[in-house]
Write a protein that binds this ligand. Structure first.
Ligand code: GLY
Length: 402
């Protein structure tokens, strides 16, 4: 009996040693592929600088021939390209990336007073905010001042009666309406940062109000989300719930859902209030259940049109790396780690990763706007930005830590 037990035990031990060795080898092989993807991504960024040349021009969306459409600093996407260059600096330590990042970042200075945009958080956190966090070669006072101006402008969008920041657009007319989109969750970090760095401390309260109210009004019982909610300007009551960029009013637009996940993770990072951690997990668990085998979400989680959107999965992968670090429960943490590895594994592979480094964009197959021409199955600068951020977070957690 003892002998049989001993044999079983040693077989079990042997097989677990083999599994462990196999998983270490798998990890090493995967990490090597991630490192190669980082090198290739840096080459894409170098190509982009050589092609764009002018720091007053910013990539927005890509064309089918894998070139960037360029626009001026007023576009909501303008922060992602300088942000990507800062990520390039973090990934490589190569000071050329820092120089390029500074040039494109400083071209955004004219945007601090843009009262027409709800996206100042996107623009300034990826650029001035990232620079302040990582660079020793900037004018800290001037950069902080710019962040505070931008936060002040954003805070002006707060409506006390609905406890939310208003959106800058809607595609339908409702009388006496204040529209709010789920995307604004990504702009709260600017307010949280500013409240901690010399700005009005009330700005942090605005961010909290906005996050709590967004969860309350945008999230359905099952953890899925609306894209837009319209409120009555006078009474503050909800007039209507629906979508701007998803397939239908009752569906879940993938990118919007990942914007709120990422936003909740940021809320937890700044406040350490468990409510945001719970919200982030509910939203995350819903999203993971809808992912196909390769981890690349469809553009809309409920649409019959099965068009993958790499942007949602890149945003999600980056948020999930951070979120997994906050999870105490081991099986859940392991499931989250396995999920972001699955997503990254696809993003660094064909058909998503662009192998040809003479092309400027890094990742293909995003959906910018399903109903607009040439806005499907193309690169998008925010996909590249969050992909690079995910690589950077992955490298810090799994490669540099060993
Ligand atoms: N914030 C606009 C978008 O995600 O397309």
């Amino acid at each position: 009996m003892h002998i049989i037990k001993g044999v079983i035990l040693s077989v079990l031990l042997m097989s677990s040693t083999i599994t462990l060795a196999a998983s270490n080898e798998d990890d090493a092989a995967f990490n090597k592929r991630i490192s190669q993807a980082i090198q290739a991504s840096l080459s894409h960024l170098e190509t982009s600088v050589a092609l764009i040349k002018d720091p007053n021009l910013f990539p927005t969306y890509g064309n089918h021939d894998l070139t960037w459409q360029l626009n001026k600093s007023h576009k909501w996407t303008a922060g992602f390209y300088p942000g990507a260059l800062w990520q390039g600096y973090q990934l490589s330590g190569d000071t050329r990336f820092q120089e390029w990042a500074k040039q494109w970042t400083e071209s955004l200075a004219d945007q601090t007073h843009d009262t027409g945009s709800h996206d100042l958080g996107f623009k300034f956190m990826a650029t001035y905010g990232q620079a302040l966090a990582i660079s020793h070669d900037i004018d800290v006072g001037a950069y902080q001042q710019i962040m505070l101006f931008a936060a002040n402008t954003l805070a002006d969008r707060y409506h006390k009666n609905i406890q939310l920041l208003s959106s800058d657009w809607d595609d339908k007319y409702f009388e006496n309406s204040i529209p709010v989109v789920i995307d604004i969750m990504m702009n709260l970090e600017l307010l949280l940062w500013a409240a901690e760095n010399g700005g009005d401390t009330q700005w942090a309260e605005i961010a909290k109000d906005h996050a709590l109210k967004t969860y309350q009004d945008f999230i359905r019982e099952d953890g899925s989300s609306y894209h837009i909610v319209r409120y009555n300007k006078t009474t503050g009551e909800v007039i209507n719930k629906g979508t701007l960029q998803g397939d239908g009013d009752e569906t879940t637009w993938s990118r919007g859902h990942t914007w709120i996940i990422y936003g909740m993770v940021v809320m937890y990072r700044y406040t350490h209030d468990d409510i945001y951690l719970q919200y982030a997990q509910t939203l995350t668990d819903y999203f993971i259940k809808q992912l196909p085998d390769d981890g690349i979400a469809m553009w809309d989680l409920d649409s019959k049109v099965l068009q993958p959107d790499t942007s949602a999965s890149a945003i999600f992968a980056s948020a999930l790396i951070e979120l997994s670090g906050y999870i105490q429960q081991q099986t859940k943490q392991a499931a989250y780690i396995q999920t972001y590895k699955r997503i990254l594994n696809s993003l660094i592979s064909t058909p998503y990763f662009i192998k040809d480094i003479t092309k400027a964009p890094i990742i293909n197959k995003s959906v910018h706007y399903y109903t607009k021409p040439n806005a499907i199955d193309v690169p998008a600068i925010f996909t590249d930005y969050y992909f690079l951020e995910a690589l950077n977070r992955y490298q810090q957690k799994h490669i540099h830590n060993h």
